[in-house]
Design a protein around this ligand. Structure first.
Ligand code: EPS
Length: 385
């Protein structure tokens, strides 16, 4: 499977085309829209989220509630577009002020590199596409992937572990409980004490015209052993998930299981001992975060991602005017103070896509029925091993 997205943050809509999705999978549009609504929430979001009410409009590949095997096309409208029709219109405009030109690049954003690379003297042409608004449609795509995963009992959940210097106690709960509790938290944590301190830290950063990043963890349960492959670099599923996580705007790091901690410990404290009980293999621990040799072990996938603080600062950093080359402070655009809770939802959904994709690589088939036959045959093979 593959997908492409198109669209600008203040353009009319975001568009996605998903190619290779199997037929006969029930698509619950409410479930996809629930993912979109989750992404809009979280303490620290800016005014834009009051304008938008993201919903996925399916415009291809789904009929009477089920996929047909044709490319799935979906659209999420930008409500804010009505305020930008001239600024973002495709028709040429003469008046300079109607362009809302950006000429003072924000340190940390794609503005300057993109302007130099694409030879754009209006940095709006870069920021409009590099904006994290694009994650809306990737969450919708992840929502579609989840519709396939749920047919096979695979569940994806997330929790925020850090915002700025506030660390939350990591919750090791059954996923349904983790989902229920984090869903009610404005910062998607289980640890109530940390929740209050995170909210205070976000409010303080906002007061100072500053921003905050953090750490997010995603867990995937119900994956069979053997998704991904050791035989070729680009078939390693942990590598693909890492790429997907780092492709989320503002993400700078990723780790699996005990992650960077493994550098400090001896091998005996890092690897997961193999057991055989009640007719199947299992592990005493899951420090590997569900992967060995780029393949799933059958244990839950545990991934953490690091998000840097958003680069649009209301108290802007030093920059240079691209016209005069004189020192200036960076341009201020409306933005969020902290989008780590939203990023948790985004990370869940980009990982859901990668797992669904690896699932199809392994059990491939054009219809759900064909995939199910392959899946059940494989499970029998594993049981008989
Ligand atoms: C973003 C800047 C802000 C955020 C946006 C990401 O957009 P605006 O300038 O329109 O307020 O609100 O995020 C979203 C629109 C969203 O849906 O998450 C940026 O520069 O990345």
């Amino acid at each position: 499977m593959r997908y492409l997205t198109a669209g600008e943050t203040h353009g009319p809509q975001l568009t996605a085309i998903i190619e290779g999705f199997p037929s006969n999978v029930t698509i619950d549009a409410d479930a996809v829209n629930f993912q979109l609504a989750r992404r809009q929430k979280g303490h620290g979001r800016g005014r834009r989220m009051q304008i938008e009410k993201d919903t996925a409009r399916f415009v291809g590949g789904v009929r009477h509630g089920k996929t047909t095997g044709a490319p799935i096309a979906l659209v999420v409208d930008n409500n804010d577009w009505k305020n930008w029709t001239k600024i973002m219109g495709i028709e040429p405009v003469e008046e300079e002020e109607a362009k809302r030109r950006v000429n003072r690049p924000r340190p940390g954003h794609a503005d300057l590199n993109g302007g130099l690379k694409y030879n754009q003297r209006d940095l709006r042409n870069i920021l409009e596409r590099s904006s994290a608004r694009e994650t809306t449609v990737r969450v919708a795509i992840g929502g579609v992937a989840r519709e396939l995963l749920k047919q096979f009992g695979i569940t994806v959940a997330g929790q925020v572990l850090r915002i700025g210097d506030v660390e939350a106690q990591r919750a090791d709960l059954p996923l349904d409980e983790l989902i229920r509790i984090t869903e009610e938290s404005p910062v998607r944590v289980v640890d109530k004490d940390a929740e209050a301190r995170m909210i205070a830290a976000i409010d303080a950063a906002k007061e100072d015209g500053d921003t905050l990043g953090g750490v997010v963890e995603v867990i995937v349960e119900g994956v069979p052993v053997g998704l991904g492959s050791h035989v070729q670099w680009d078939r390693k599923l942990d590598g693909r998930i890492a790429q997907a996580v780092l492709s989320i705007q503002a993400f700078k790091g990723v780790e699996f299981g005990i992650g960077f901690e493994a550098a400090r410990l001896r091998g005996s404290k890092v690897h997961d001992e193999i057991l055989y009980e009640d007719g199947s293999f299992s592990r005493a621990t899951n420090r590997a975060g569900g992967f060995e040799g780029g393949m799933t072990t059958g244990a839950p996938i545990v991934v953490r991602g690091v998000m840097k603080p958003i680069s649009t600062l209301y108290k802007p950093l030093q920059s240079v005017d691209i016209d005069t080359k004189e020192a200036f402070t960076a341009q201020v655009e409306r933005s969020d103070t902290c989008a780590v809770p939203a990023a948790s939802v985004i990370m869940e959904n980009v990982i859901a896509w990668e797992v669904a994709n690896a699932f199809l690589d392994k059990f491939g088939g054009d219809s759900l029925e064909e995939i199910r036959r392959n899946y059940e045959g494989y499970l029998q093979q594993v049981r008989d091993y």
